[in-house]
Design a protein around this ligand. Sequence first.
Ligand SMILES: *[C@@H]1O[C@H](CO)[C@@H](O)[C@H](O)[C@H]1NC(C)=O
Length: 282
Amino acid sequence: MLKFDFNKKSPAMELLLLLCLCLLTRSGVTSAQLNRPTVISVEGGADVMLPCSPSTKEDIEYKLFVWRKVAQKDDGLKEVFDYNAGSHYNNGLDGQSEAFKGRVSHFPEELEHGNASIIIRNTKISDSGEYTCDFPQLKPPQTFYIELVVDPLKDRSAIRGAAQEPYITTLKATKDWELLQCKVNGNPEPEVKWQDSAGNQLPAEEPQVEKRGFFYITLNVTKSDRYRCVATQTTIHRNISAETDVHIYAHSSGPQTYPSDQNLRKVMIGVAVGVLAEFLFS
Ligand SMILES: *[C@@H]1O[C@H](CO)[C@@H](O)[C@H](O)[C@H]1NC(C)=O
């Protein structure tokens, strides 16, 4: 721990103190607490991104941010998404409201750029309302307001030829890998993709094939995760997905494994930022 004795004044110390005060004042002034909510509209059934970023754009990988849906007249407050230094609602953290389970994710790769945005998939009319994105541990704490309007008249599932929810099956499984197949209908032809739980697109085993009006795409997975099959029909703005949990018992490194030096780099940056913060604010 780095500690400074501010009673022993030196010119360098005074300069540092001034810098601290300046930083604190700046983040206070730019706080969005007085801002009006950002309004976002979406067609029912589509996915929507709710944007949020602290005014300082600082690295929030080791910080806390909390997304809530404000209580409406006929509905209580809802816990939408919590992220706390790596733990979140999609990797074991408890407390998410039932209404949002399995539909919300964040952008892990974007945290270091201060991006706390979330995606809500398959929006429902009942998702309409006011949301808050909070950074309770920042100095000063910051809160952002977003109003989501889900348009009932634009429910794409009512359109003829709209793809229905994809159907996922396991074609083959060994202790090291599993071969997943995703089957989707739809006309116009949907574009079908596989993603991991972090939203990264994964390379399919073979190109999308069509058989009697259904489209098939297979994926070979070598690590435990939640995998999502996403079907998109751009011309009718239809986007629908299904997901499945895969447990691989033998731990082997496959193409989906992240390079560990990248993680190490992030930890190092996190530690460096932590030390710097300690240095500035103690
Ligand atoms: C956050 O990241 C997502 C995905 O990369 C991007 O689309 C979005 O614009 C970013 N938002 C902010 C507030 O930086």
